[in-house]
Design a protein. Structure first.
Length: 236
């Protein structure tokens, strides 16, 4: 990926979003990881790393980051109607109910906070549409337009989104598995180092004809199982 240039203000904003204090509520969602652990599909740090790598390869790179780029570009051109179509498509591709609802809750909080921190007409319009239920709210879509509002370049914002996904999964695993903080940091470091070199990121960010695609049945089945679980630590 090309060298990134950020202003000090943009860098600090990015760090603020990446902090666990940011009130998105993402910490209360494992996005199918809890069921994967319960079903013994993820038992240790090695399994966790492979699980996250698979989700990056089959969901985040080809799906989330494509929606991310399209949303950022729609925001740049002030295309509200286009953004609504992108958001609806993203919402439809979250196949399980709890993932759609969990993603919506996170997105609503992020949009509310982002619109307050970086007030501009486009974010204000998005917030209004969200309150009316017209903007369903998908994390990739909302993170992109809030990043644009904070004047963060697309590539840097996409890497931050990638980091938040990986760190969120590892954070959840610390409450689900016998994994310590030190091992968790090694997993994050190794995955981010691998991901940053992946051609899939460049394709998602720079191929305008690319369409989002997602295929990880193991994660979706685990999410469906989690919906009907009688005892659970996470919302989704």
């Amino acid at each position: 990926m090309a060298e990134l240039r950020l202003s000090g203000t943009a860098l600090l904003s990015l760090l603020q979003w990446s902090d666990s204090l940011f009130p998105s509520g993402a910490f209360s969602h494992s996005f199918a990881l809890e069921s994967a652990v319960g079903e013994k599909k993820v038992r240790n740090g090695l399994d966790l790393s492979e699980w996250i790598r698979a989700k990056l390869t089959h969901q985040i790179f080809p799906c989330d980051l494509v929606f991310f780029r399209k949303s950022y570009e729609a925001g740049e051109s002030g295309d509200i109607e286009g953004l609504l179509k992108i958001d609806a498509a993203a919402h439809a591709m979250r196949l399980t109910r709890e993932i759609r609802e969990g993603a919506g809750m996170i997105s609503t909080r992020m949009l509310q906070t982002g619109a307050a921190l970086y007030p501009n007409p486009f974010l204000a319009s998005c917030l209004s549409l969200s309150s009316k239920g017209q903007l369903k709210g998908d994390p990739a879509v909302v993170f992109a337009i809030v990043a644009l509002g904070a004047k963060i370049v697309l590539e840097a914002a996409s890497l931050a989104y990638l980091y938040l996904f990986v760190s969120g999964q590892v954070s959840a695993s610390l409450r689900l598995l016998a994994i310590g903080q030190q091992e968790g940091q090694h997993i994050i470091h190794n995955l981010l180092e691998w991901a940053e070199k992946s051609e899939a990121i460049n394709r998602a960010m720079h191929e305008p004809t690319g369409e989002p695609q997602s295929f990880m049945p193991a994660s979706e089945i685990a999410s469906m199982q989690h919906e009907i679980s009688r005892v659970r630590l996470f919302q989704s």
